[in-house]
Design a protein around this ligand. Structure first.
Ligand code: GLN
Length: 453
């Protein structure tokens, strides 16, 4: 069948089903059908590439020309980007068809999708539960078969955690592997873009399109992009796996621990060896991250002032009133909390006590990983301490929500790549195995994940 037929089928599924999951903020029917038509023409002309005509959904913090990019915020409810971000442009050039923009936590701040201005996305396995966040819409859309694949961003787990809770595969690449140009910044030293799909193979195909140096992002790394699909089938004999003992403590649901250990046993059967390792500062990743991320966010979000774009309050009295009310009315609770924490941490007088300390911890966490990764090829761990929790369960208790990030944050602080792959069900809900590797070891991670699937 044609790409147009395929695209229509996906759009119809979204129309029929998404009221249950709220996984999309915007469905781009017109654009999708135009791109599908172009794809059909490319097939007819013999110029189709590996992504031509394949539908995909983008998280709603990636700028898409002519299409609203809301960041799930009232602040950007009316924002139509004048340009495509690099990752979006690369998929366009590769011939992919954009189905729409997916739901998320407001400005990617959260782990449950409940901070979205458009209401939470829901977990397709149990719609009373959260899909995770912040890329919860991408996770839910892929899990509910409302998109074959989607993009996400991961500042402190926002690809891996929803992938785990929705039972799909997600990859957070090494910091700098994918250009962030045209991604609305949350915490620039932690943000990374990556693929979310059913399999490692699909993630590899997507990373082939996404990865690479971009002069528009000075932190993107100028390093060759391998074909991530060619090493997927390499045997795992002799693979050295490390299990960090700090990830298997009381915080971890014993049933989740069991699924992770069963998964590790499968790798042993494939010829891998396993040993216990130690990442002693794991616990410190939460306080360090929740200083650094809000600090950077408070700076990044200062651009939303009601002047240049986005929400502006009605009838401002003067400039000051406009700033205050535009920001006060445009941002939600969690975003305001982060801006306040971040601004405080960066204040003269408190800077050394909080921000500098957090940066020192960050360095120690990096060193811990570097030491362990000299001894093992990959680290395996749970992605989350529990399966998906109920909507509303943690929403009024930010600290308990932050605690759920215990296994994902430290990778972002260290800039390392990590994947989450489904490793079974606990009480009918999916849980994820996290696979962590050294900088630029994406091909290895995808290989390991593929052998498991
Ligand atoms: N849950 C984390 C937070 O709230 C991670 C967010 C993210 O990775 N974008 O900050």
């Amino acid at each position: 069948f044609t790409s147009t037929e395929l695209t229509k089928a996906w759009l119809e599924r979204i129309k029929a089903e998404d009221s249950k999951y709220n996984s999309y903020i915007t469905v781009t029917e017109e654009e999708a059908l135009a791109q599908a038509k172009a794809a059909d023409e490319a097939f007819a002309a013999g110029t189709a590439g590996p992504f031509t005509g394949l539908p995909i959904a983008h998280k709603d913090l990636f700028c898409t020309q002519g299409v609203r990019t809301s960041c799930a915020s009232k602040m950007l409810d009316n924002f139509i980007s004048p340009y495509d971000g690099t990752m979006v442009a690369k998929f366009k050039q590769a011939g992919a068809v954009m189905l729409g923009k997916t739901n998320m936590d407001e400005f990617a701040m959260g782990g449950s999708n409940e901070s979205s201005y458009y209401g939470p996305a829901r977990n397709p396995w149990d719609t009373d539960r959260v899909p995770g966040g912040s890329s919860g819409g991408s996770g839910a859309a892929v899990a509910a078969r409302l998109a074959p694949a989607a993009t996400g961003s991961d500042t402190g787990g926002s690809i891996r955690q929803p992938a785990a809770l929705c039972g799909i595969t997600g990859l957070k690449p090494t910091y700098g592997r994918v250009s962030r140009y045209g991604m609305v910044a949350f915490a620039s030293s932690l943000d990374q873009i990556g693929p979310m799909a059913h399999t490692a193979e699909d993630c590899a195909l997507m990373l082939n399109v996404m990865a690479g140096f971009d002069p528009m992002d000075s932190t993107s790394v100028d390093r060759e992009v391998p074909d991530y699909t060619v090493t997927l089938n390499e045997p795992l004999t002799g693979l050295k796996i490390g299990l960090p003992k700090e990830y298997f403590t009381d915080t971890l649901d014993p049933q989740v621990a069991k699924k992770v250990r069963n998964a590790v046993a499968e790798f042993e059967k494939m010829g891998a060896t396993v040993k216990e390792v130690s990442l002693p500062r794991t616990e410190l990743s939460i306080p360090a991250y929740y200083i650094i991320a809000p600090a950077e966010a408070s700076s990044n979000l200062s651009r939303f002032d009601g002047v240049r774009y986005g929400y502006r309050c009605e009838d401002p009295k003067d400039l000051e009133d406009m700033y205050k009310r535009s920001r006060g009315e445009g941002f939600g609770e969690e975003v305001k909390r982060r801006i306040m924490v971040g601004t405080y941490a960066l204040c003269a007088g408190y800077y050394d006590a909080y921000y500098n300390k957090a940066q020192q911890i960050r360095r120690l966490i990096q060193q811990d990983f570097a030491k362990v990764l000299e001894e093992v090829d990959v680290i395996m761990a749970p992605t989350t301490p529990h399966p998906a929790f109920k909507l509303g369960e943690k929403n009024n208790d930010p600290v308990s929500m932050y605690m759920e990030d215990i296994y994902t944050l430290s990778l972002n602080l260290a800039g390392l790549p990590g994947m989450s792959v489904p490793c079974g069900l606990v009480n009918g809900l999916p849980v994820g195995l996290q696979i962590i590797g050294d900088h630029f070891a994406e091909a290895k991670l995808l290989n390991v994940a593929h052998q498991f699937q």
